[in-house]
Write a protein that binds this ligand. Sequence first.
Ligand SMILES: Cc1ncc(COP(=O)(O)O)c(C=O)c1O
Length: 365
Amino acid sequence: MDLLSARIDLDAIAHNTRLLKELVGPTQLMAVVKADGYGHGAGRVARVMAENGADSFGVATLQEGLALRKAGVEKPILAWIWSPEQDLVEALAVRIQLGVPSVRHARALVDAGVPTRVTVKVDTGLHRSGVDEADWVEVLTLLRDAEHITVTGLFSHLACADEPENPSNDRQAENFRRAIDLARELGLEVPVNHLCNSPGTLTRPDLHHELVRVGLSLYGLEPIPGLDHGLKPAMSWSGRITAVKPIRPGESTSYGQTWTATEEGWLAVVPAGYADGIPRSWQGRLQVGIGGKLYPQVGRVCMDQIVVDLGANEFGVSPDDEAVIFGEGGMSADALAAATDTINYEIICTPTGRTTRIYEGGVQL
Ligand SMILES: Cc1ncc(COP(=O)(O)O)c(C=O)c1O
């Protein structure tokens, strides 16, 4: 029995992939599985996504791309965070395509002389990574003139896609269109271009271009609170209660004695702490689901444990019962994000440390 587990529902991943694929119609669907598939286990979920409509995969690093290949993913993979100082040989040998975010990156690929397919990452207003407009001509010309390099298209990333009314979305869209026109004027075909992440995909069909890069929604979460596209959350995180013990009025629990019982009652101890990803700042904001009922977490979050107030324990919570930190039977990732002043993206990336992933549904491998 695992003390701490993240259950991943592969049927939910399959459902979400099919739903997104249907929603974007003829547009290609790139499934973003960086950060180990947003915490779901990239190799395992990617294979389910591939079987249910994903046309290609997006990762941040070369290592993530290599791990996908090792997991048996055959479809195209694009990696967009890499350094010209890195050894690219292994990644290029297994056909990992690269995003090119600067002149320095373009030069490195030209000098490498190895056949490579690339997508140029143009900065259209995010001002994070991406080729500055002043360098567009230089990068596009360098890549165009290198016979061993194939430019498949351009991509860019929206700063405010989760605020559909924000005028910066249209400004970026316009800049992106200008970059595509420029590439074509310079003689590059750029057949596959992409701008939209999950919120862009769901709210701006006019900006889909030839491909959308979707992450969060494939894991079953809405990128904008209040939207409902019928997605199914794929992850639940839970621990097995290690102790249920009495507490008397005036007694406190956990370090610093920051919570004191006002009545006779019961506490449950759950073996998950900040070493497993629960930030100390969640103190008093997290409610843990046990037997379908929510109970408040109380006192300091420790390295390995949290304490939950069971009140009078009228439902007879016992050691080894499952305590859901988020997901089915507990707070939703959305509710926990709202309670802890963050976004659902961060919540699903939380389980780390001693958590074991348990896969349910899908094709049993
Ligand atoms: C460049 C890029 N494209 C696409 C995505 C996917 O975004 P989302 O999870 O909102 O679909 C990300 C994620 O942050 C990203 O960094």
